[in-house]
Design a protein around this ligand. Structure first.
Ligand SMILES: Nc1ncnc2c1ncn2[C@@H]1O[C@H](COP(=O)(O)OP(=O)(O)OP(=O)(O)O)[C@@H](O)[C@H]1O
Ligand SMILES: [Mg+2]
Length: 254
């Protein structure tokens, strides 16, 4: 087995919204058990790219996509979006547990929304396993029936990670998962991401250069909708090939 088995291959991917060409001929592969950081200045298309992997752009009026996003060789752009979202989980910038649901039900909400029936024993197993994987179990085990919104911001974000992991996804997308959190909660999530990569392929949008260098194996740099550079994080940070990448990393812009 090679280390670099790709889980997702983006090939010739273009996305237009009306006359705006937002993502331009994107080609890149995401590797199994790796953390890939997606970086680039505001408005370059990072969120649009990861949202496409979760089929969240389908509903935007005037959107047009072409090319492929092959999840284990199957184009997810042609799959049932509900199925895509089971295989590709997503966590957003602001923690967004369902406010009316308990911690327990939040973890299981993907199953409820998909109409999947579970026995009580199956539910308990999924809840414990997902909260343990999200490093939240010890903090919530005595209050699983409290509302998720009682938790701190960092705990809520780990609950959202647990909710995504509960569906046993192949890929976990994180769009600036710590930008609304304080430094301590951020460190906790960074440690968690490093732990999780042995279980799930992680694609993370981040503006935080230190964060990308601490936790990602690969880094993709986008600029104005184009993939400028994609390489091992060490290489990108020490010897970037493109001046745009270097300028961004040395904070000349962005
Ligand atoms: N629904 C939409 N309708 C029209 N244009 C959009 C829409 N969503 C995004 N865009 C445009 O697409 C481009 C890419 O936006 P996107 O949100 O992907 O950028 P980003 O790299 O995630 O930025 P940030 O770092 O600020 O989050 C921007 O020019 C934005 O204005
Ligand atoms: Mg964004």
């Amino acid at each position: 087995m090679t280390v670099n088995t790709s889980v997702l291959d983006v090939q010739g991917f273009n996305l237009h919204i009306n006359e705006h060409h937002i993502l331009k001929d994107i080609n890149l592969s995401f590797y199994r058990k790796k953390v890939t950081a997606i970086m680039g200045p505001s408005g370059c298309g990072k969120s649009t790219l990861v949202r496409s992997m979760n089929r969240l752009n389908d509903l935007i009026s005037g959107v047009r996509m072409d090319g492929g996003m092959y999840l284990y060789k199957k184009n997810l752009l042609e799959m049932n979006p509900i199925l895509v979202r089971r295989k590709v989980g997503m966590v957003f910038q602001r923690p967004n547990p369902f406010p009316t649901m308990s911690i327990y039900d939040n973890v299981l909400s993907g199953y409820y929304l998909n109409g999947i029936k579970l026995t009580k024993a199956e539910k308990e197993e999924i809840v414990v396993d997902s909260l343990e994987k999200a490093a939240l179990w010890d903090e919530v085990k005595n209050g699983l029936h409290r509302k998720g919104t009682f938790l701190s911001g960092g705990q809520q974000q780990r609950l959202c990670i647990a909710r995504a992991l509960a569906m046993k996804p192949k890929i976990l997308l994180l769009d600036e998962p710590t930008s609304a959190l304080d430094p301590k909660a951020t460190t906790r999530i960074e440690e968690l991401i490093i732990e999780l990569k042995s279980k799930v392929t992680i694609i993370m949008v981040t503006h935080n250069i230190g964060q990308a260098s601490r936790i990602s194996d690969m880094t993709a740099f986008l600029y104005l909708g184009e993939l400028i550079e994609y390489d091992c994080t060490d290489t990108i940070f020490t010897t970037p090939k493109h001046t745009r990448t270097e300028e961004y990393l040395t904070r000349k812009f962005g």
